[in-house]
Design a protein around this ligand. Sequence first.
Ligand code: PEP
Length: 270
Amino acid sequence: MVRIQGIIPCWSIEQEVRKPMRRKLIAGNWKMHGSLMQNESLLRALIGAQSPDHVDMAVLVPAPYLDQVRQILQGTNCAWGAQDVSDEVRGAFTGEMAASMLGEFGCRYAIVGHSERRQRHGETDALVARKAQRALEAGLTPIVCLGESLEQRERGETKSVVRRQFGAIIEVLGAEGISMSTLAYEPIWAIGTGRSATAAQAQEVHGWLRQQMAEHAETVAAGLRILYGGSVKASNAVELMSQPDVDGALVGGASLVAEEFLAIARAAAQ
Ligand code: PEP
């Protein structure tokens, strides 16, 4: 296990005796969408609206827009972050973004291991774990994506795939690192397809994943935020968000429409 230096956990693993309250997070993954003009109107609509109490909100934007997003969201209750981070600290790595650089732009979060990167860029479980570690070292919260393909689900391999992905993360971060991370269960077949997992399917994997964590550290499992991602929209958010082990959502397409994104946040607040 690698210890993460210089980061104070929000609650101590040893001292925690009560079940911590998990605050829901609704995070919008803009993917490779947006323009300076579109971002401005989307962000102004988000901060101009009444956002729900007791729910954290964030947008995860293409790197060229981080400065714009920082200028608009600074001092609001919507955080921001990046969609990827390098597993290296600094050096001759053309095209990569160091976690410390994201920190300079006020990022609170960085997605790691999104299936679009695992598939298109050949990111392995071990690489994803190192990326999460770099994010933590720079004081960012990694949002670590896990999830199975349709073929894997149909072969009954969902749990073995997610167990393997999670195993790589815990091996590198240890329970302490996981306590400062957020997980996102994102079945690949539900991403961008309009076909969300049912609330029962999501709950089954989330509850099981929390149990996997509990086998390492029960208190970390109780406080671990596990988001669901895959075709979340205003119309299915209430049911998904009401599941006991669903602690928010990673939202792709619907995060580009202010009213949809806000409606999902309001659903999480119920
Ligand atoms: C995602 O890209 O993380 C995602 C969940 O996308 P969508 O909501 O569009 O399915």
